[in-house]
Ligand binder design. Structure first.
Ligand SMILES: Cc1cc2nc3c(=O)[nH]c(=O)nc-3n(C[C@H](O)[C@H](O)[C@H](O)COP(=O)(O)OP(=O)(O)OC[C@H]3O[C@@H](n4cnc5c(N)ncnc54)[C@H](O)[C@@H]3O)c2cc1C
Length: 321
């Protein structure tokens, strides 16, 4: 019996979000009086034994280079096999793109109850009750998982990361990799940008920018802050910006430390993708814009005046640092 935490990696390096999942999984293990163990697929350059400081006793490693690219069917099979061989009774994922694609498949293979998007530690005094956001973050739902094995994917940025002391034992697992009918033949990554889902700061533009020709305003501020770019849906629909930048209910859901919304009204569907950000700054010329209700800081004014000034101030601050 143990809690198994899936460690997501990209290009040989553990994703930052995984450390949160490790701390979360280790705390679940503490609650259940059991051990926390990690599972990593593919080849990596990071030293896996150091993951002991997040509370792991062991890290299981399937070091097969065909696993360097995520293929949800292959991953699900390998993770489910690993969970069975380890005897895990809770399997934890991050609710990012990999987790969303893989965790439900793993749950199906393990005949396990599944909660996607957990926002807090489960309550284990009477059952195994997992809290998750529903109705675009307007309400919570508490789901009791009654199956013997439980699979959870936790919302990114909903838990802290704790580093302690300790060294994990690294165990090489040899799990046969099946060939499926659907195969990932190529992965094209956007180069030179801060990935939206991993970014600490996100600068986002809406229809208030009037057109794609004005996006240098957003880009310059993002560049100075080393931030990722995002946009509202109509902006992507109008092809002002690529669809991978669209955040919201029907786009990417993010939870950065700082979200700066420029000329975005703050419709409920937009908020659904960004309202877990730690600090929200809204710049809008309409003082009645709904986004101000969700904002920690608001600037009422014209984006064409405010944003260049803000960018200059950031530059000055960086210069004096
Ligand atoms: C089923 C469904 C799903 C949806 N999913 C999403 C989603 O995932 N993401 C999403 O974003 N939307 C989504 N939408 C659309 C959503 O309802 C809004 O229409 C959209 O978010 C509005 O985008 P916007 O704020 O950029 O544009 P607008 O609503 O046009 O707002 C522009 C804002 O800019 C301000 N402004 C204008 N000029 C200036 C200026 N010079 N200076 C400062 N401020 C200025 C205005 O005051 C206004 O508040 C969805 C809608 C539906 C029905």
């Amino acid at each position: 019996m143990s809690v198994l935490i899936f460690i997501d990696q990209t290009e040989g390096h553990i994703k930052k979000l995984s450390y949160e999942a490790l701390t979360y999984g280790a705390d679940v293990a503490k609650q259940l009086g059991t051990t926390a163990e990690g599972l990593l697929l593919g080849t990596v350059s990071d030293d896996l034994s150091t993951l002991g400081k997040y509370g792991l006793s062991k890290v299981h490693h399937v070091a097969n280079e065909t696993l360097n690219q995520v293929d949800s069917q292959v991953y699900a099979k390998v993770i489910a096999e690993a969970a069975k061989s380890i005897g895990a009774n809770v399997v934890v994922f991050t609710h990012n793109q990999t987790g969303k694609a893989v965790a439900p498949r793993v749950a199906a293979r393990l005949k396990a109850g599944f909660v996607g998007g957990a926002s807090a530690l489960p309550l284990t005094s009477n059952g195994f009750v997992v809290r998750k956001n529903v109705f675009s973050g307007k309400a919570f739902s508490n789901v009791n998982i009654t199956s013997e094995i439980k699979v959870i994917s936790m919302n990114p940025n909903s838990y802290h990361t704790t580093e302690g002391e300790g060294v994990a034992e690294v165990v090489q697992l040899n799990i046969p990799i099946d060939v499926f009918k659907v195969k990932v033949t190529a992965v094209n990554k956007v180069k030179g940008e801060v990935p939206l889902t991993e970014a600490e700061i996100v600068v986002s533009g809406g229809r208030g920018l009037k057109g794609p020709e004005n996006w240098s305003l957003v880009e310059n501020l993002a560049h100075e802050l080393h931030a990722a770019l995002a946009c509202s849906r109509p902006v992507a629909d109008a092809h002002w910006r690529p669809h991978h930048e669209h955040v919201g209910q029907t786009g990417i859901q993010i939870a950065p430390n700082l979200y700066i919304a420029i000329g975005i009204s703050g419709a409920i569907q937009h908020l659904a993708g960004v309202n877990r950000s730690k600090v929200i700054v809204v710049i809008n010329k309409d003082p009645e814009a709904p986004f101000f209700k969700a904002a920690d800081y608001g600037i009422v004014g014209d984006v064409f005046e405010i944003v260049p000034k803000l960018t200059e101030e950031v530059k000055k601050l960086k210069g004096s640092a």
